[in-house]
Design a protein around this ligand. Structure first.
Ligand SMILES: Nc1ncnc2c1ncn2[C@@H]1O[C@H](COP(=O)(O)OP(=O)(O)OP(=O)(O)O)[C@@H](O)[C@H]1O
Length: 306
């Protein structure tokens, strides 16, 4: 019978992963720039940790945090707010028996957009994957960042704009592989951001994150993280198709189902193939025949206790 381990994130990691050198200086610098009033933009490939770092740093400011995720469908209306539905008030006055008076008032309901609230109340805004939104939507941020006002385009409000709260700040994330055809149209926005490219975590940091997320002990976590690193180096070409997400998922399943992190164990070999084959085949294109053999070769090099 399979023994199941219950997950206890954080329980085995000494201290906080964000105190490790990989994160510490980045967080300090970001808070410095943000407190001086500048928006900070983390950029890097999928799974490098942009969103997690932005959320953590935003929380460090001690202000309420609003999160918006960029998308082609995100509209100015979603951000600013809009009138939606009607409220109807009806008063029947039958005080004098022979007179029946009805008074009816109909008013539209204003629903605040997330950005409207964040700007008005001075939140820290995390705008994740902002380059996925249309330049038309993102133009709204130019006046917020430059003139410190948010125009209420098309909102049918009496006021034309609201003033940006002095504590309002922004952290943004994006993936450079999604810039195709985007940069030219959004360069005015890029020009107002402090852009920090994120580096892939070193083995020590990635191991600490895997331990924190899964509850796995250091000995197992470091083997998985190092395996992913070696496979990326051998098969990843110019990129690293296997991100920390692969390490976390493999460690999670191995830990929960007590699969030994040992290259000769069939369950571990299956785990390696199931998680690595597809992304690596996509990357390798025509030379896919080698992929399975290379994964198994790297996997079998992992010895018990090594
Ligand atoms: N410091 C950390 N502590 C705990 N988990 C982390 C940390 N950094 C990254 N992770 C985990 O690693 C995975 C990838 O991180 P994240 O989603 O932040 O990356 P990303 O660069 O924003 O990826 P994408 O571009 O695909 O959205 C997530 O499962 C996240 O929870």
């Amino acid at each position: 019978m399979t023994r199941l381990n219950s997950r206890q994130p954080s329980s085995r990691t000494p201290g906080d992963v964000f105190d490790l050198p990989h994160f510490k200086s980045m967080i300090q610098r970001t808070l410095r720039y943000v407190s001086a009033g500048y928006p900070v933009h983390y950029t890097g490939p999928a799974g490098i940790g942009k969103t997690t770092l932005a959320l953590h740093t935003a929380e460090k400011r001690g202000r309420p945090v609003t999160v918006i995720t960029g998308s082609r469908d995100l509209s100015r209306e979603d951000l600013i707010g809009a009138y939606s539905g009607y409220s109807r008030k009806k008063l029947h006055d039958n005080f004098v028996r022979t007179v029946h008076k009805i008074e009816e008032n109909v008013s539209e309901n204003w629903v605040e957009g997330h950005l409207y609230k964040a700007v008005k109340e001075g939140h820290t805004l995390v705008y994740d994957e902002f380059t996925r939104s249309s330049p038309y939507t993102n133009n709204l941020f130019l006046s917020i960042l430059e003139e410190k006002v948010m125009p209420l385009y098309g909102a049918k409000r009496n006021e034309s704009h609201i003033r940006v709260h002095p504590e309002f700040r922004m952290l943004l994330t994006s993936n450079p592989s999604e810039y195709a055809g985007v940069y030219e149209t959004q360069d005015a926005l890029f020009d107002r951001l402090i852009t920090i490219p994120l580096e892939r975590m070193d083995v020590e940091t990635e191991t600490a994150v895997v331990m924190k997320r899964t509850g796995m002990k250091k000995e197992g976590a470091v083997k998985i993280v190092s395996l992913i690193k070696r496979v990326n180096e051998q098969l990843g070409g110019s990129g690293s198709p296997l991100s920390i997400r692969t390490s976390i998922m493999m460690a999670d399943i191995a830990y929960q189902h007590a699969i030994p992190i040992e290259g000769s164990h069939p369950a571990f070999q299956h785990l390696c193939l199931d998680f690595m084959m597809f992304p690596l085949q996509l990357q390798a294109g025509e030379q896919t025949n080698n992929v399975e053999a290379l994964i198994l070769n790297e996997c079998r090099n992992i010895k018990e206790g090594s």
